[in-house]
Design a binder for this molecule. Structure first.
Ligand code: FDA
Length: 302
């Protein structure tokens, strides 16, 4: 399992394959996990989700951006997607990776880009989530959030339960809208828990701490054990349903997604789209090699 995970994480970081895949169109069954390569297809998918009371967080896929031209082009695509959310009147917000808009190039340039995005989104009351990437980018992501959050309360981020520092970060961000996840990258034991059991325990601990606070929380997981425990916890503690939501990725456990929404829980699906699907897809295979079955079904059903 460890070896398979490492294998797919290594593939996700391969820049040659990442740039090659942009020209392939959606291949290898990625169409089951990625809602198309253009805005029209993602809007269609979001409307379908909205029709069953599910909201969307749209990820205009892209990472490993090392030139200002690419980062500026990514920013423009994100701005276009924000305009499309408004124009189509869909219930959706955006998830953004800061490396996509320049974090590996220059901090101030990235801050300028995300400020422009936050401003455009604030105009339409659209929330912007800064996805959390690997540990090497964490502090800068939090610094950027701190720089933005007074002016733009419509920006939040993600806390990863596998990191030792997350409980402290949670306290620092107690007034900010946050998504809580287990964590998707490969981090060293110096900074992160390694066993599934330890990560699961910390995940539940952080979720409970957070749900007792005031700010809005997204519990992002496909793990039914965690979901069931959260359901029990909110009931036992009278936590109002408008204080939290569940989130899952597009294409995963779709029946469970609909059931949770139908039960009256706020629910948001993370909907990735675009040509830059390769690293996202490989990380999903790393998390759960059984996802290959989903991908294979995608390959044969095309
Ligand atoms: P995990 O993969 O640990 O599975 C637990 C159990 O749940 C499995 O053993 C199985 O029983 C069941 N299960 C899981 N998937 C199933 C399926 N498809 N079908 C049937 N059973 C299944 N990470 C990050 O580092 N930064 C980020 O910004 C984000 N953002 C993000 C947004 C959203 C909406 C989600 C759902 C996830 C993320 N992640 C993330 C990824 C996250 O950190 C984590 O890697 C994955 O969600 C996998 O962990 P899970 O909690 O889903 O359960």
């Amino acid at each position: 399992m460890g070896v398979t995970r490492d294998f797919f994480i290594a593939l996700s970081k391969n820049q040659l394959l990442n740039s090659g895949a942009k020209k392939w169109g959606l291949k290898l069954g990625a169409g089951k996990m990625v809602a198309g390569t253009d805005i029209d297809s993602v809007m269609k998918s979001v409307k379908e989700l909205n029709s069953v009371r599910i909201s969307a967080t749209i990820d205009n896929l892209g990472e490993f951006v090392y030139s200002r031209e690419e980062a500026t082009a990514a920013k423009e695509s994100i701005l276009n997607t924000i305009e499309a959310i408004q124009k189509h009147g869909v219930n959706a917000h955006m998830s953004i990776k800061l490396t996509q808009i320049g974090l590996d190039i220059d901090y101030d340039f990235t801050l300028e880009n995300i400020r422009e995005i936050a401003e455009a989104a604030a105009k339409y009351d659209i929330f912007i989530n800064l996805d959390m990437e690997d540990y090497a980018h964490l502090q800068q992501t939090l610094d950027i959030l701190d720089a933005l959050r007074i002016e733009y309360p419509n920006v939040g981020t993600v806390i990863q339960a596998y990191l030792y520092r997350s409980e402290k970060d949670l306290e620092h961000l107690k007034d900010v809208r946050l998504r809580l996840v287990k964590g998707a990258y490969k981090e060293i034991p110096d900074v992160s828990l390694q066993s599934k059991q330890d990560i699961d325990e910390n995940f539940l601990k952080l979720i409970k701490l957070r749900l007792l606070g005031k700010a809005f929380t997204s519990v992002a997981t496909h793990d039914h054990n965690v979901i069931n425990e959260v359901k029990k916890f909110v009931e036992d503690n009278d936590i109002p349903h408008d204080r939290f939501e569940f989130q899952m990725l597009y294409g995963f456990r779709t029946e469970m997604q609909k059931d949770l929404a139908a039960e009256g829980f706020a629910f948001t699906t993370y909907v990735p789209f675009g040509q830059d699907w390769y690293a996202y897809f490989m990380r999903r295979l790393a998390e759960r090699p059984q996802n290959i079955n989903l991908a294979l079904r995608g390959m044969v059903s095309k």
